[in-house]
Design a protein around this ligand. Structure first.
Ligand SMILES: *Cc1c(COP(=O)(O)O)cnc(C)c1O
Length: 457
């Protein structure tokens, strides 16, 4: 009861349109690119849970990113950690996108999908030895993200051309956990260590050709203006070896109907102005790189699940009506981790019920034996239950978790409770569904486990 009240208070604060006012029926979320019949046919052909990605949406978002305003040229890098399936990489590569990899393993993964390493740049928290091989033999580009990385690369490849990722001292991530700039973030080289960067570059004869600042710039044009001018200051101090400024990703995307997405034309405008001023000041025509992950894929993915059980804790006092999905943190961890909001849409298993308009408040939970496995937390409060108004449903009905294209399949707690990993399918622009990853098997889960005899222990 206490939890419930708290959740309602949070809603009243943050979601006035949805929760406030008696009688004003809140809008139910809608499916984005699937029809109810699509959802039922995905269940029939692939089972549940299954991730479905939409090629048309992926293409539309990529076109928008490729139209990002720029003064002297643009490279769009897809931050592949958001959704690294090879089919998605291939589709984006065919449209002219390049890639941002967050580990050498991701670079190898892109290569397996047919993407040359030369189209990837590596910005990593952990620099493995393979980075040197990839740079030397496959023309991988790198953004050194720490002083030690700069020293390591310089020692192995003196004279190399490198990028340097700075933490410019400002961040604007949506939550403390997604903030990637400012003093609370470990990403990049702190701007006040600038002189050490210069000294290391000099020591190893490195040519710093790119400055990188990924702070999660959000959707506010003012923030973009500030970040781009702080980043341009770093470029200017490094001198005219710098040919490219990479402003990273982190563009906010509206998942719920009441949220809005970043307008790339709007946030790009002050950036372009700043690049023109820079040219006036220094004579250098800097190329712009942007690195969206979320923006390109978040709303291009849906997870088709089944309501496999229900529970009710109401008795003398009001409790909750729970829907238990056959998916959960094993597939969509973001709500448990950040209190992220994802649209939830009930699709009746019986098409005859599609037009029914009864609604009910449910708490939706996942299938793990873990109370944090929650699909309806209060916004930014992963531990607070926030009952959600949905179309009334029962066991056996389907429930689609929308906007799961980014950091869901990629960030699952795969293997927990030994549930299989859900398959991925792509809705092609022609309308059919093709499998791009099969459901995992128990054999695959156990393949590296070593059998020992209890007598050995
Ligand atoms: C994760 C990441 C991105 C993409 O961030 P989004 O929030 O998904 O847009 C871009 N650049 C770097 C270096 C990253 O680590």
């Amino acid at each position: 009861m206490k939890l419930y009240l708290l959740a309602t208070a949070v809603h009243a604060l943050q979601l006035p349109k949805i929760m406030r006012g008696k009688g004003a029926a809140p809008d139910l979320e809608k499916l984005r690119f699937l029809s109810n019949d699509d959802v039922r046919s995905v269940q029939q052909d692939f089972g549940t849970p299954t991730y479905v990605y939409d090629a048309a949406t992926l293409k539309a978002r990529a076109e928008e990113a490729l139209a990002f305003p720029n003064a002297y040229g643009l490279t769009v890098r897809y931050a592949m950690k958001a959704c690294p399936n090879g089919a998605v990489l291939k589709l984006f590569e065919s449209m002219g996108l390049n890639f941002d990899a967050s580990s050498t393993h991701e670079v190898r993964r892109a290569m397996r999908a047919g993407v040359p390493a030369s189209k990837c740049s590596l910005s990593t928290q952990q620099l493995d030895d393979d980075a040197i091989t990839l740079m030397k033999e496959h023309s991988l580009e790198i953004n050194c993200c720490s002083l030690s990385q700069l020293d390591t690369i310089g020692s192995a490849l003196p004279g190399a051309k490198v990028g340097v990722r700075f933490n410019p001292g400002l961040g604007s991530g949506g939550t403390a956990k997604t903030n990637v700039g400012g003093p609370s973030s470990s990403f990049g080289i702190w701007h006040e260590q600038f002189d050490e960067v210069v000294a290391l570059a000099k020591k190893h004869d490195l040519e710093v050709i790119r400055v990188h600042t990924h702070i999660g710039s959000g959707s506010d044009a003012e923030v973009w203006k500030r970040v781009s001018s702080m980043s341009l200051d770093l470029c200017e101090r490094l001198g005219d070896s710098v040919k490219t400024l990479n402003l990273g990703g982190g563009y906010k995307v509206g998942r719920m109907a009441y949220e809005t997405s970043t307008n790339l034309q709007e946030v790009g405008k002050p950036v372009t102005d700043n690049f023109r001023d820079y040219k006036e000041r220094t004579g250098v025509e800097l190329k712009l790189e942007v690195e969206p992950g979320t923006y390109l894929v978040a709303n291009a993915g849906a997870l088709v699940t089944k309501v496999q059980d229900v529970a009710c804790t109401s008795g003398a006092a009001k409790g909750n009506d729970f829907l238990k999905l056959d998916a959960g943190m094993t597939d969509v961890l973001r709500p448990s981790l950040y209190g992220s909001q994802h649209p939830l849409v009930v699709v009746p298993s019986d098409a005859a019920k599609d037009a029914d308009d009864a609604t009910h408040e449910y708490v939706v939970v996942g299938h793990c034996c873990e109370s944090g496995d929650l699909l309806t937390p209060a916004p930014d409060e992963p531990e607070t239950l926030a009952p959600r108004l949905l179309k009334s449903c029962e066991r056996g009905d389907l429930l689609v978790v929308e906007s799961v294209g980014a950091y869901c399949s990629a960030m699952s707690t795969a293997g927990y409770n030994s549930f299989p990993t859900a398959p991925e399918v792509l809705k092609t622009t022609k309308g059919g569904f093709v499998s791009i990853r099969r459901r995992s098997t128990l054999d695959q889960l156990l393949q590296n486990e070593v059998q020992v005899d209890a007598s050995q222990l």
